[in-house]
Design a protein around this ligand. Sequence first.
Ligand code: R1P
Ligand code: URA
Length: 313
Amino acid sequence: MAPILLNSMGNEHSNYIQQVEYVKNPHLDSMEEDILYHFSLGTKTHDLPQMFGDVKFVCVGGSPNRMRSFAQFIHEQLNLPGNMADIRDICDGTDRYSMFKVGPVLSISHGMGVPSISIMLHELIKLLYHARCRDVIIFRIGTSGGVGLSAGTVVITDKAVDSFFRPQFEQVVLGKVIIRSTELDEDVAQELLQYSSELPDIPTVIGNTMCTHDFYEGQGRLDGALCSFSTEEKWEYLRKASEAGVRNIEMESTVFAAMCRVCNLKAAVVCVTLLNRFEGDQISTPHDVLLEYQQRPQCLVAHFIKKRLALIS
Ligand SMILES: O=P(O)(O)O[C@H]1O[C@H](CO)[C@@H](O)[C@H]1O
Ligand SMILES: O=c1cc[nH]c(=O)[nH]1
């Protein structure tokens, strides 16, 4: 069955795009209550506009600890009053995701892989809608494997591509394949690149990011519990990826880009490379060095936020 192209602008859903800002679901308005189950939040149990109405920047990343320390970092960077120790995990009623709010910044974990981030994004986008947020920019601050880049390089995603190097995200809905475009906001990406030159010791490039559904075979690793290809086939695939402009590989960018695009959310993906995949598969860098690498996308995004809030010139 031929796939259905759903979200390039100008399709049958364009009416929703004009009518509402973030959600693209005509059924939502007829619901008496909306329970954001995996966040342990709801429209009847929580005053979402009061709790979240001032959010302007959302930062998401896989690990709860990373997103907690990003919240601490941004609290300090924005020079906000109060003690970070008092900032609680808003989602502590569930152990699925962690969420921290620091002034206009929301920091949320999304777990690993497309299904996990997709569930989080459905609820996050509805949360922004119910809270009547406006002009929000969302960033994925993550880690990745570099394709021809040395470890520690920050990659700002130009296009998020799938395992066939196509800038699209495929999803099965009601037994049919639908395809959504994975274009990200070009202006935000360029602005990030420009600010990266103001930060010493954070090598940064812009390039395509490949999103896979697996860390091992799916990313051409030879060191998983199973492996169905030869070493030569691995090199050939990585070479082809590189020729297609892929600079890093991770596991969430396509669905992140696709969902944000349909829902009119300006989005950027900023991931540091933990290794150069042309040099190996195992991540053997010491833990403290990895922690410092992980902070690089956080520093760049914090710099962007401070610029946007006119806290620095
Ligand atoms: O570092 P984060 O952002 O969690 O993401 C990357 O790391 C995980 C694999 O180790 C995948 O989820 C991949 O996308
Ligand atoms: O190689 C890597 C490193 C981090 N995350 C990935 O998905 N792949």
